[in-house]
Design a protein around this ligand. Structure first.
Ligand code: MG
Length: 382
């Protein structure tokens, strides 16, 4: 396949229910969509699901746009390859910027599997027909509101609920949810908000008694040693998210025993090829994985469903239905969860039609390689 055209769209969607984590609160989300076209006019779609602010990681929507237009498009345009990895190799010199790279990786994988007429999940080596979905609840204004949100999601059939925690919003809300739902598959995510000190140790000792499936990313991303020390002290599994952006980080996690569960976010790791490699490495090390979300629209969400079909994804993934988050979606049919399960589509590529006109109409910013002198970009072939 040869990539003959690349288009980018910046699109904002309003959230049904505003979402707060340890670092920020938001009511709408802007992501970038990547469309690649091959020499036969076939298209593949990917999503750059970076938050707009640099609070989850270093990237923002603005940095992703810049890296995409100045480096990734010029690298990919005109490139030829039989496998997605060959096309991804064209931007191998770009360091960091995993979210931006992941959007392009998704588009290339979608195109590849559509050309073959197979489902993306099949192309990736998926073996499941359905994926168990969990939901993630933000920091709510009160414990009562949190309890009603948990009630709502359980009633919708989701078997696992994840709670965002932060210093000052941890033991008390977790206990309240646990008391109300003694048998719920419950886990907490701190997004690295805790310092490695005695106060935090006391919090985690109390959370350790709450029957949690995991405590996700308690400390800052590079604190692998602190995570290892905590994992040695508590019975609850520590799960790493922000700490693992490359396969080398995963090797460090395994060697240090810095956690017993891995959250594989396709966006955080730079795309589907590396996410699949991380899955294989984790399986070899006996580490169960699950797929975390970044409030993806339908394109990115469908790719998350596809990778969650791999055999090592043994825990519920953040692939709940789009309707939980957004009023409209950009794919048809929308990604839906029934009784907490999402069917893995059998159709080619991501298995959903991309609503191109809706994207074109709603985009606040567009880029088309057919309209610009791509050779003027900063990228040079090495
Ligand atoms: Mg997380």
């Amino acid at each position: 396949m040869r990539v003959t055209r690349v288009r980018l769209f910046a699109l904002r969607q309003e959230l049904r229910h505003s979402f707060e984590t340890s670092s920020h609160r938001k009511s709408g989300i802007e992501h970038l969509l990547v469309e690649v076209t091959d020499e036969d006019g076939r298209c593949g779609w990917g999503e750059i699901a970076t938050p707009s602010d640099p609070y989850f990681g270093a990237e923002t929507t603005a940095t992703a746009w810049d890296i995409a237009t100045r480096y990734l498009v010029p690298a990919l345009l005109g490139a030829e390859g039989d496998e997605p990895a060959e096309l991804e190799a064209t931007w191998a010199r770009v360091r960091g910027h995993e979210f931006a790279r992941a959007g392009f990786s998704g588009a290339v994988w979608d195109l590849f599997s559509r050309r073959r007429g197979i489902a993306l999940a099949t192309a990736l080596g998926g073996t499941r027909d359905e994926v168990v979905a969990g939901v993630s609840l933000g920091i709510e204004p009160s414990i009562d509101e949190l309890l009603s949100q948990v009630e709502l999601q359980r009633a919708a059939g989701y078997p696992r609920v994840k709670l965002k925690i932060a210093p000052g919003w941890d033991v008390e809300p977790v206990r309240a949810v646990r008391d109300a739902h003694p048998d719920l598959d419950l886990h907490v995510d701190a997004n690295g908000a805790y310092p490695d000190d005695d106060d935090s140790a006391a919090v985690f000792a109390q959370l350790d008694t709450q029957g949690l499936t995991m405590i996700e990313q308690p400390f800052a991303p590079r604190e692998l040693v602190a995570h290892a020390a905590l994992q040695a002290r508590i019975g609850t599994a520590v799960c790493l998210d922000e700490s693992v952006v490359a396969l080398g980080d995963l090797r460090t996690m395994i060697r240090l025993r810095a956690g017993r569960i891995l959250n594989i976010k396709v966006s955080r790791m730079g795309g589907l090829t590396v996410a699949k490699a991380a899955h294989d490495l984790a399986v070899e090390a006996g580490i169960p994985v699950w797929c975390g979300g970044m409030h993806e629209f339908g394109v990115g969400r469908a790719a998350n469903v596809a990778i969650s079909a791999l055999p090592g994804f043994l825990l519920p993934s953040d692939v709940s239905g789009s309707d939980k988050y957004y009023v409209d979606d950009i794919v048809a049919p929308a990604v839906t969860a029934v009784e907490g399960r999402v069917q893995v589509p059998h159709g080619p590529g991501i298995g959903h039609d991309v609503l191109v006109e809706r994207i074109e109409r709603g985009a606040s910013r567009t880029y088309d390689s057919a309209d610009v002198a791509v050779r003027d970009a900063a990228f040079t072939r090495g």
